[in-house]
Design a protein around this ligand. Structure first.
Ligand SMILES: Cc1ncc(COP(=O)(O)O)c(C=O)c1O
Length: 390
C-alpha cells in the first residue's frame, strides 16, 4: 500500500500556532480586520499586482469577479473552458452572462487558444480562462489579440499559484485573476480565495460586492464623498450601491494565510519537482507526458491515458485503489463541464459531442495528489506499477 491521499499536512503546526497566538489575545478582532488587510497587501506583493481582495473561497472570488464584470461591461457572452471548476461557469450564469464553451489544448489542459479567438464576437464581454492544475494556458498570440480587440481577460489561477508565463506570475496578465485557498491548494487558509487586479475601479467594485454592496467598503475617500453628496437622504454608512453579497473571510483565515505565505515559494519548488519526476518515469507510449511544463507550478499530478480504452482505464483505476492512491477522474473539475446536469437545460441537444479533447480527459484523465511531504520513492514506485499495467 502506498497510502497516498490527495493532500497531507497542508496546514502546518506553525500555521496553527499563528492562529492560536491570535486567539490568545484579549478580545481579538475575529471578523475581517487588520490581518485581512495585511494578507491582501502581502499577497499583492508576492503576486505582483496593485490590489487584492480576500474572500471566503475561490468560488466566491469567481462570483464577485463576474458580478463586477457584468456591472462594468454589461450583458453579453463570456468565453469559458470545458475543463474547469463548476463555479467558473456558475458565476457567469449567476451574473446573467452567457457562457460560450471551447475545447482544450491537450498540452496545457487550458482553452485551445485558436478556438478562443474564433469564439470572439461583438457580444464578448470577457475571456475567462482557467490555468488547469498549474499549467500555463496563455500564449503571446492570445494576449495580443485580446488587447487588440479590447476584450478583458480574467484568469482563474485557483490551481496555479506561482506558475509563470514569460517570467511573470500567472494572475497578473488580465483585468483580474482569482485564487483559491481551499485545503489542497498550494496555499491554504482552510477556506478562502483572492481576487487580484491592477484596475482601481474594478478593485473598488469587488470590495463592495464582497460586503453587501456597501459604499463604505471602498478605499477611495473621493468616491465615498461622491456617493454621500449624491444621496443626501441616506446615511453614508449605509449606502448600498450594488446588489452585493457577503463573502468576507475572517481574521483566523488571514492569519493562517500570512503564515502559509512564508513557505509558499519553497513548497512550489517541491511540487514542481514532483511533477517532473512523475512525468519522467511514466511510459510515454501508455500515458501522456508531453505537457507544457515550462513555468508550471503543479497542483496535482496529471495522469492521462494516451489512447482511449475503457478496459485499460478500469485497470488503472483498480491499480490506484488497490495501492491506496486517492485520485479524481476527469481531473480537478470532474471532467467535461458541458456533460453536467446543471448545464443540460442550457443547450439544445448534447453539447459535449463538440469537445472531443475535453471528453478524452473526462473519461481517461485523472489527478493524483501532490504535496510537499510526498515521498519521491512513492512516485517512482507508482510509475513502475502504472507502466506494468496492460
Ligand atoms: C480552477 C478552480 N476554480 C475555482 C475553484 C473554486 O475554489 P473553492 O473550492 O475555494 O471554492 C477551484 C477549486 O478547487 C478550482 O480548481
Amino acid at each position: 500500500m502506498l497510502d497516498w491521499p490527495l493532500m497531507k499536512n497542508n496546514i502546518s503546526r506553525a500555521d496553527l500556532d499563528a492562529a492560536i497566538e491570535l486567539l490568545r489575545q484579549d478580545d481579538p478582532a475575529l471578523t475581517q480586520s487588520v490581518n485581512v488587510r495585511a494578507f491582501e497587501r502581502e499577497w499583492s506583493e508576492w503576486l505582483g499586482v496593485k490590489h487584492s481582495v480576500f474572500v471566503n473561497s475561490g468560488s466566491s472570488a469567481n462570483l464577485v469577479t463576474m458580478a463586477a464584470l457584468k456591472e462594468l461591461y454589461g450583458s453579453g457572452e463570456v468565453v469559458v473552458p470545458t475543463i474547469t471548476w463548476v463555479s467558473d461557469i456558475a458565476s457567469v450564469l449567476h451574473a446573467g452572462l452567457e457562457p460560450v464553451f471551447v475545447d482544450i489544448d491537450p498540452r496545457t489542459l487550458g482553452m485551445d487558444n485558436k478556438q478562443v479567438l474564433q469564439a470572439l464576437t461583438p457580444r464578448t464581454r470577457a475571456v475567462f480562462l482557467t490555468h488547469v492544475l498549474g499549467y500555463n494556458a496563455l500564449t503571446p498570440r492570445l494576449l495580443e489579440e485580446l488587447k487588440r480587440r479590447s476584450v478583458p481577460l480574467i484568469e482563474d489561477a485557483c490551481e496555479s499559484h506561482g506558475a509563470t508565463f514569460q517570467d511573470r506570475k500567472l494572475g497578473t496578465f488580465g483585468l483580474a485573476s482569482n485564487f483559491s485557498f481551499y485545503y489542497a491548494h498550494h496555499l491554504s487558509t482552510i477556506e478562502g480565495g483572492m481576487v487580484c487586479t491592477n484596475d482601481a475601479g474594478f478593485y473598488e467594485m469587488v470590495r463592495m460586492f464582497r460586503s453587501h454592496g456597501l459604499v463604505r467598503e471602498m478605499d477611495s475617500a473621493d468616491r465615498k464623498r461622491e456617493y454621500a453628496v449624491g444621496y443626501e437622504d441616506l446615511n453614508p454608512e449605509f449606502i448600498f450601491a450594488l446588489p452585493g453579497f457577503n463573502v468576507r473571510g475572517t481574521e483566523i483565515n488571514a492569519v493562517i494565510g500570512r503564515s502559509q505565505l512564508k513557505l509558499l515559494d519553497d513548497n512550489i519548488i517541491v511540487r514542481t519537482e514532483n511533477l517532473r519526476l512523475f512525468l519522467s518515469f511514466l511510459d510515454p507510449a501508455k500515458y501522456q507526458t508531453d505537457f507544457a511544463v515550462e513555468g508550471s507550478s503543479n497542483y496535482a499530478l496529471t495522469l492521462i491515458l494516451k489512447k482511449p480504452g475503457m478496459g485499460r482505464c478500469i485497470r488503472v483505476m483498480n491499480l490506484l485503489k488497490e495501492n491506496g492512491v486517492e485520485f479524481r477522474r476527469g481531473t480537478a473539475g470532474g471532467g467535461n463541464q458541458t456533460r453536467q446536469p446543471y448545464l443540460r437545460n442550457y443547450f439544445a441537444g448534447p453539447p459535449y459531442k463538440k469537445y472531443p479533447r475535453a471528453d478524452h480527459v473526462h473519461f481517461y484523465g485523472f489527478y493524483i495528489g501532490n504535496y510537499p511531504a510526498l515521498e519521491r520513492s512513492k512516485i517512482v514506485k507508482l510509475c513502475k506499477l502504472l507502466n506494468e499495467t496492460t
